[in-house]
Ligand binder design. Sequence first.
Ligand SMILES: C[S@@+](CC[C@H](N)C(=O)[O-])C[C@H]1O[C@@H](n2cnc3c(N)ncnc32)[C@H](O)[C@@H]1O
Length: 403
Amino acid sequence: MNRLVLQRNVQFLYEEQLARMEARALGCEDWDRDADNPWEVDVRADGCAAEVLNRSAYAGTLDGRSTVYAELIRPRYQGGEFNRTRSVNQYLTHWIYPYQGKFHPQMARALLNIAGAREGSLVLDPYLGSGTTALEAALLGMRCIGIDMSPLCVLLTRVKIDSAGAVEAIRGRVEALLEGTELDPENAGADEHDNPRVADFVRIARMVALSDVSRRRRNGPASFRKNLKAMLQSVEAHAEALSRFGISPGAASISQGDARDLAAAAVGDSTVDAVVTSPPYSIALDYVKNDEHALDALGVDLPKLRAAMTGVRGRGAKEKLALYNRDMQRMFREVARVLKPGARAVFVIGNATVDRSEYTTTEQMSEWAVRAGMEREREIPKIVFGLYNVMRDEKILIFRKPG
Ligand SMILES: C[S@@+](CC[C@H](N)C(=O)[O-])C[C@H]1O[C@@H](n2cnc3c(N)ncnc32)[C@H](O)[C@@H]1O
């Protein structure tokens, strides 16, 4: 038997369940928890130790050896080199921009493993958001197609993934900007640069600063300066992690598009090895309003975006909900079309109650996915632990395309 020690931040029952499913997906057999220490488990890892050490999200050590992920998430105050924050979910470039409704990267990584995606696999996230799935897929050497309707999400994800490949040029530009005295996040001139990766990096640093100003009433120039430095540190850590752990990031194709029409984004029939995604939380979160300051600064036509975006489009709760439900059904049909036979799609989704009576349930979602041609494989209840420890239920729904 081999001794697997879970990461210390594994706290909830659903996390232990995902840890067990992940270990099995990576090739481990058996799962015998220590009677006294719930983090310690005996598994049989014959022939799959390297997979666990390089890919696992929930294993901290295997037979005393640290996993790559344990090194990546260890915060600086605990001697870590790749996480400048205090949160184990904000390592490398994951922390950049306060995006609401974001996945825990650890869960996204585990779900990729559980879905059966491996190095070279093609992964799709049709509701990219802040790019959590895409960044984890790249770190696992998977190819990824990421689609979102919001230009901010596209830009943000490209910066999180691609900046490590342009670290020298970015460092040069950041140093030059920090030497100047006029650093105003309202001034788009700061973004101008021949290298598009440098331009995108600075643009996102401005967006983070604008968000700090609008949401936290911070001083714009001071926040811009601070974010340029912090983001550069994280991009340097990202580049160092790739080299230290011999990671060849998979190619990521990140573009603006519509989950209801993946053909328009040139995603062909039966081409995708795994989908890991979270659609908008019904009509509960207004993604246009949330990021209005940044979308506006990027010159986005807000009414046009609002008229197209799932969960936001429509007038009043009733119409919004009807359109949301229709959009979800179209998306499930598209996902079923692009998945390879035998491949899995994972959705993190919650029940939504609107006006006390009208709601979209995970049961309905499941029914639509099945009607679209997928088989229901697992349904894992998960909780969201929020402010004042208020619990909200979500589900992780796993489907498989027959074949
Ligand atoms: C729950 S968030 C995804 C969060 C993501 N998992 C993360 O870790 O950041 C849902 C996303 O869906 C996007 N969206 C809404 N309607 C869409 C559509 N029809 N096609 C593609 N993206 C859409 C929103 O812009 C939002 O970023």
